[in-house]
Design a binder for this molecule. Structure first.
Ligand code: ZN
Length: 201
């Protein structure tokens, strides 16, 4: 047994920080030390921000996004085009697409993708809510923006089948050569998808 170097309060802080994505035990110790040293300018406001998040942040009843207002800021923004809904698996994907600043649409967060091996079926995702949103006459296009993985594409096909009678155009993201990518470094699956998705110059 290694000897303890800190009291239980500090050990607990390190253990909790180590559960954050991207932080191992070593970086969690560094983060804990940094917080303790910056107690007033950083740790106290961080603790207050975490408490506010616990009190205020909830899941949007319309789209599944998370926000401190419900329906969320995205759903209630009148400048967004109400005719387009972008389907994503997770809030992180919504944030990623918003960073790209190419869409002016609303979203629908599924809460994951279908995964028979993990026991995740349609009832575990917000697919029913998506289908009823798609039947709103104002909605003209559903962009399925799911990962280019087996589960992502299985989910995309499932959704496309369900939306067949909804009177909306269902589109998906192109698969292919990433911006700045070199052909020589791409795997065969990406290359063949890029060839199949080729567009006129
Ligand atoms: Zn929303």
């Amino acid at each position: 047994m290694p000897k303890a170097t800190a009291g239980p309060e500090i050990e607990r802080l390190i253990q909790l920080l180590a559960r954050l994505p991207g932080l191992g035990p070593r970086s969690a110790r560094r983060a804990a030390l940094h917080l303790i040293k910056k107690r007033e300018p950083l740790m106290a406001p961080l603790a207050a921000a975490l408490q506010t998040a616990i009190d205020k942040i909830e899941v949007c009843r319309t789209c599944g996004n998370i926000d401190s207002q419900n329906p969320c800021t995205v759903c209630t923004d009148p400048r967004r085009d109400p005719s387009v809904i972008v389907v994503v698996a997770d809030v992180a994907d919504l944030w990623a697409l918003e960073r790209a600043e190419v869409l002016n649409a609303r979203y629908h967060v599924l809460g994951g993708t279908l995964s028979p091996l993990d026991g995740i079926g349609p009832q575990d995702l917000t697919i029913d809510a998506l289908v009823s949103r798609a039947h709103d006459p104002a909605v003209k296009e559903i962009i399925v923006a799911l990962n280019a993985t087996v589960d992502g594409q299985t989910t995309a096909h499932y959704i496309t089948d369900l939306l067949h009678d909804a009177g909306v155009a269902v589109t998906r993201l192109a698969h292919g050569v990433p911006v700045g990518g070199e052909l020589d470094y791409l795997d065969e699956g990406t290359l063949s998808a890029a060839i199949r998705s080729r567009t006129p110059l």
